[in-house]
Design a protein around this ligand. Structure first.
Ligand SMILES: NC(=O)c1ccc[n+]([C@@H]2O[C@H](COP(=O)([O-])OP(=O)(O)OC[C@H]3O[C@@H](n4cnc5c(N)ncnc54)[C@H](OP(=O)(O)O)[C@@H]3O)[C@@H](O)[C@H]2O)c1
Length: 330
């Protein structure tokens, strides 16, 4: 059952489960962005309980990260997991480069979950003049993904097994028109205040962009080295909704929302389930499923390539420090 009715039905009838106890993460190193709260924190907890050796909580506010680290240390049984808090603000492109340089110093990197995200219902601009949902959910996430791929590839070669990269999307990809895709420059159009739509449309659009970005990235990276997936964690109660005090949302959260822990199960599943056959897959309700029809249509594939090229051009211009040569080919 599709559409909003199908969504409500699935929220009520499906309950995400923890990953199986047979999934072991011993010796593995993982990075989870936005892991100081919500789904990222819960995924951290789950990974640690499966034997993870080294976790990097990548956060924009290190004091929140330290509080999360203390909470994890208090509540987890695997006291051999090394937990570190590293700063990364997805509104600061040069800061992302510094973060990726630090990542290069790790002995290995097995799993990355790009979970950090925002939902702004009003127009706000980032310091580099991009609309905030676009800045954090698309531009920042895209740059982190590009800069961490080489480390994931090097680790995969070292241990002769593919590493994992999971980007957190949303079912919202099904619920936006993304009419901006036909603008001469999509990101420039999305940055215009006059183009900012009411309600959730912009947040959903940036999550559709995550779907398109993941598909293009997966087509450019071999699954022998990095298995790339995207995941819909479902509607979950978390601080994502902090800028949205509408009665409708509160009603939806009360009736339909899963807990952050259940959303965390979805992330943990998408980042560990299967091997090369899930490369490029969209997961929802803990199974590989079809993304929205726009993303696989000829229009959607055109938009995917256009968005890729625009994003690479923007990153080269606004962040010349970032080495993107691996992704230069058309
Ligand atoms: N909850 C849902 O219903 C739902 C549904 C579908 C998809 N998702 C997706 O799931 C992911 C996690 O969301 P959540 O529900 O766990 O929300 P959350 O509790 O608000 O967590 C979001 C995380 O992203 C971080 N973040 C925000 N702006 C950032 C920036 N500029 N740089 C780096 N980190 C930044 C936040 O840090 P601060 O704490 O410092 O703000 C926080 O750690 C998001 O990508 C969201 O879009 C959530």
């Amino acid at each position: 059952m599709g559409g909003q009715l199908g969504f409500m039905y699935r929220q009520l009838t499906f309950k995400p489960k923890p990953i199986p106890s047979s999934t072991r993460l011993d010796n593995k190193v993982a990075i989870i962005t936005g892991a100081n709260a919500g789904l990222g924190l819960e995924t951290s907890r789950e990974f640690i309980s499966h034997g993870l050796a080294h976790l990097i909580i990548a956060v924009r506010d290190e004091s929140k990260g330290e509080a999360a680290r203390a909470e994890l240390l208090r509540n987890v049984s695997n006291d051999s997991c090394r937990i570190e808090v590293w700063k990364v603000d997805q509104a600061d492109l040069n800061g992302i480069v510094a973060f990726s340089e630090r990542v290069e110093t790790l002995p290995r990197l097995d799993i990355v979950i790009l979970n950090a995200g925002v939902k702004y219902l009003n127009y706000e601009k980032s310091p580099s003049n991009h609309e905030m949902n676009v800045q954090v959910n698309h531009i920042g996430t895209s740059l982190v993904s590009l800069l961490l791929i080489p480390k994931l590839q090097a680790s995969a070669r070292k241990i002769n097994a593919p590493a994992r990269l999971t980007l957190v999307g949303s079912e919202g990809q099904f619920w936006c028109s993304f009419k901006e895709h036909s603008a001469p420059n999509v990101i420039e159009r999305l940055d215009e205040q006059a183009a900012f739509p009411p309600a959730m449309e912009r947040y959903y659009t940036t999550k559709l962009m995550t779907q398109l970005w993941t598909a293009e990235l997966a087509s450019r990276v071999t699954s022998d080295e990095v298995v790339i997936t995207t995941v819909n964690p479902g509607l979950c109660a978390s601080s994502l909704h902090r800028h949205d005090s509408s009665g409708a949302l509160n009603f939806f959260l009360k009736i339909f929302a899963w807990t952050s822990e259940q959303g965390g199960h979805c992330l943990a599943h998408a980042a560990t389930h299967g091997t090369s056959y899930v490369h490029g897959a969209y997961f929802s309700e803990q199974k590989k499923t079809e993304p929205c029809s726009f993303s696989t249509s000829s229009q959607g594939i055109k938009a995917q390539k256009k968005l890729w090229n625009e994003t690479i051009d923007l990153l080269k211009k606004e962040c010349p420090r970032a080495s993107l040569t691996q992704f230069d080919k058309p």
